[in-house]
Design a protein around this ligand. Structure first.
Ligand code: ADP
Ligand code: 5GP
Length: 220
C-alpha cells in the first residue's frame, strides 16, 4: 500500500496528541460533533477493549500477530508501542476520508505523531496540555478506566511526551473544555483556509509551551 498523494482538493490530516488523561478523546468527540467535515481515523491496537468500547468503532482490536503482519506489509502510516500495547494508524484509516475530500483526525501518542510528521509533512499537529500535572493525574483517576499501575505508568511517560511537543505546530491548554474545543476548531478553520499565520501568535506551539512552563514553575 502506498501513501495517499497530497493533491489539490484532498482533505487535511490533523493529529491531536497529549499526555494520557489530558482530554484528547473528549475533545475529539466534541469537535467531530461540531464539524461534519471531520472524520476520525480508527486505529488498530493490541490492547483489550475497555467497557463500552466497540471493535471497529473505537479501535480495531487485533492480536499481536495480526498487528505485526500489518506492520511488516507497510500497512501503517505510523505505529508505536505505548504502555505495553501496540497502536497504529493504517493507511486505509486515512485514505477513505481523504480521497473523498474530508479532513481526518488522528488521536495518537507522540511517537506516532513524529512518524506522521515524516511521512505526511503537510499534516497539522496539535498538542493538548493539561492545566497542571496535578489536574492530569486527577483526570486519569477520575476517568475510572485504568488501574493504579496503569496510571503510574502513564504519568511516568509525561516528561517524554512534553519534550516531544516541540515537533508540533500548535498547542492548546485544555482547562475549560468548551473553550479548548472552540480553540481546536479555530485551528482547523485556519488550516482549511490556508491561514495558519493568523493563529501562530496565539496557538503557535513554542509560545504556548513557554507560557505553560512558566505557569507550571510558578505553581512550584
Ligand atoms: P485522553 O483521551 O487524553 O486520555 P480523556 O478524554 O479520556 O483523555 O479525558 C480524561 C478525563 O478527563 C475524562 O474523565 C474526561 O471527562 C475529563 N476531562 C476532559 N477534559 C476535561 C476538562 N477540560 N476539564 C475537566 N475534566 C476533563
Ligand atoms: P488508550 O489505551 O488510552 O486508548 O490509548 C493510549 C495512547 O495511545 C493514547 O495516547 C492514544 O492517543 C494513543 N493511540 C491511540 N491510537 C493510536 C495510534 O493509532 N497510533 C499511536 N501512535 N497512538 C495511538
Amino acid at each position: 500500500m502506498s501513501a495517499p498523494r497530497n493533491e489539490e482538493g484532498q482533505g487535511h490530516v490533523f493529529v491531536i496528541a497529549a499526555p494520557s488523561g489530558t482530554g484528547k478523546t473528549t475533545i475529539c468527540r466534541r469537535i467531530l460533533e461540531e464539524d461534519e467535515g471531520l472524520e476520525i481515523s480508527v486505529s488498530h491496537t493490541t490492547r483489550s477493549p475497555r467497557g463500552g468500547e466497540e471493535d471497529g468503532v473505537h479501535y480495531h482490536f487485533v492480536s499481536g500477530k495480526s498487528f505485526r503482519a500489518l506492520a511488516v506489509s507497510d500497512g501503517f502510516l505510523e505505529h508505536a508501542e505505548y504502555g505495553g500495547n501496540a497502536y497504529g494508524t493504517s493507511w486505509s484509516a486515512i485514505e477513505v476520508p481523504l480521497e473523498s475530500g474530508r479532513d481526518v483526525v488522528l488521536e495518537i501518542e507522540v511517537q506516532g505523531a513524529a512518524q506522521v510528521r515524516e511521512r505526511r509533512p503537510d499534516a497539522c499537529l496539535v498538542f493538548l496540555l493539561p492545566p497542571s500535572l496535578e489536574s492530569l493525574e486527577e483526570r486519569l483517576r477520575g476517568r475510572g478506566t485504568d488501574e493504579e499501575s496503569v496510571i503510574e505508568r502513564r504519568m511516568a511517560l509525561v516528561d517524554r511526551e512534553l519534550a516531544a511537543a516541540k515537533i508540533f505546530d500548535f498547542a492548546i491548554v485544555n482547562d475549560d473544555l468548551e473553550t479548548a474545543v472552540q480553540q481546536v476548531l479555530e485551528v482547523v478553520a485556519a488550516v482549511r483556509a490556508g491561514r495558519e499565520d493568523t493563529i501562530e501568535g496565539v496557538y503557535g506551539q513554542s509560545g504556548v509551551l513557554t507560557r505553560w512552563n512558566r505557569q507550571i514553575n510558578a505553581q512550584g
